[in-house]
Design a protein around this ligand. Sequence first.
Ligand code: GCB
Length: 595
Amino acid sequence: MILKTRQVTLIVILLFAWLHNCYSQTAMINFAGRDRIMLNGNWQVIIDPVGAGDGKQVWLEKKLEAKTDFAEYSFDGGPILKVPGDFNSQLCELSFYEGIVWYKKQFQQIKKQGKRYFLYFGAVNYSADVFLNGIKLGTHEGGFTSFQFEVTRLLKDGVNTVIVRTDNHRIKNGLPALGFDWFNYGGITRDVALIQTEESFIKDYFIHLKKGSLDTVCGWIKLDGNVDKAEIKLTIPEINFSSRLETNNEGYAEFVFKAGLELWSPKNPKRYQVLIENGKEKLIDTIGFRCIEVKGADVLLNGRKIFLKAINIHEENPLKKRRCINENDARLLLSAAKELGCNMVRLVHYPHNESTIKMAENMGIMVWSELPVYQHIDFTDNTVPLKMNRMLEEMISRDKNRCGIIVWSLSNETYPSASNRDKVLVELTKKCKSLDSTRLIVHVTNSQNYRHNSFEVRDTLYKHSDLVAINEYAGWYIPWQGKPSDTKWKTLFPDKPVFISEFGGEALYGSKYGQADEAAYWREEYQEKIYKDQVDMFNTIPHLAGVCPWILFDYKSPSRLHPVYQKGYNRKGLLSEKGNKKKAWYIIKAFYNKK
Ligand code: GCB
């Protein structure tokens, strides 16, 4: 049988697709610095509540040739959604939708000789199956991290079609799993782009202060492509540093050098322009240098004890009632945190947008970044640790050069009774250390006992956490067990710093109905009293290194069912969803002012 050229090409393409038909790649870092065309804007969609599009092979967009041909789907004539953006807030019929939406975008491209091409996604919640020109590139699971596919061969000169099957169904072995207390915004929620690189390009690098040092910079650079001993130039013009590095035959080079640097801190968020050159390619980043560590029971920033004045933040624009999608959204949240007097934000409960983290760093706000390992995780499912590892790699890969991030938080409120929990999370901690040992690694739990006016902290997971990070809702979910200022503490970890990672209670801004001292009326006075009592209680905590109220703004959570006070909102915000300051705001502001 003689195969024609077209058939051979098709076979090569199918083989290539088959080889790549598993998973996405971890995205190259420094998205903003890349040569790219943005594929944001209008995308056509098909809403597919029962998964019928799989059988109909929507991604093939079958051509109708004979008069008898028809197709029971079409992107043409259907709704249009904006990318980046969640689908729930864009079409009222999708308000509470958790399911499949097919997205389609066409773009023109002329391939350049000697270049490589990558299809990049900032985030798709929760899973994404990506097709280019009818061929499946692969799958990505996890709603909050970036991923890419190399498309050098599949990309055509002229019109190209990307189709993405997004699905935000909750799944038992997902991260997060079935139950979570925030809005499950679905769809292509972050940027999409086609990135063009040289044959060999700078895929990844880590440039930071050596652990424990204030004047030694170290790190590595990794090239991708055909790179048998390449030369890379690393420059920090402001300190007159320049060095030529030679990679090994896998494109990897390490470096270490002494430098007199102004260190990054909330008071002086100094960052330097850093240039990495690989032949024709020049990548620019803005990198700060700081040292974060725990010594004894203290948290030290650049060798000095620091109190973490934090606030919890979900990635939601409360005014627009949608997922944050741009810098204005990030500015709204971070400026409110600044106004409260914070020096840190805990970005819960999943990795937030890269640009938010950069903005925080620029504003002098330390960042706590967290994996969506939240409450009801099934640690007995074999696939779960693999997914955790993958998300951990993706989170650290994207943000490891952001000096603003001082904490990798690996889990929140997992249950000590959950089979296999410790085994899986200890392994995850080891993996995290192997990827990045320069930051604090933390697990948050709420498994402490609180009775007879005494907290007993005994979760063995804290052995593997740099902070004893405690979520406690004394005064709300559990009534005070005595005078807050007389609270006693028994802990299995007396030598570690304690961080109160969540506390608070609900209040409906401006509500005047009912008794101010009864929880059932959601009065601001009640919330305010919780905060006053908490501040009194903080004085009783040995080695308190910081606190973090739950939460900055009221936020959407469909599990909050009270028709008068909640209306689908978690009302623990210090600010209402319209941005009004509740009475408790002023308690924390005063507390942070004094600290
Ligand atoms: C928690 C969770 C947080 C919840 C909060 C609450 O412990 O970590 O995600 O939303 O309590 O409001 O109950």
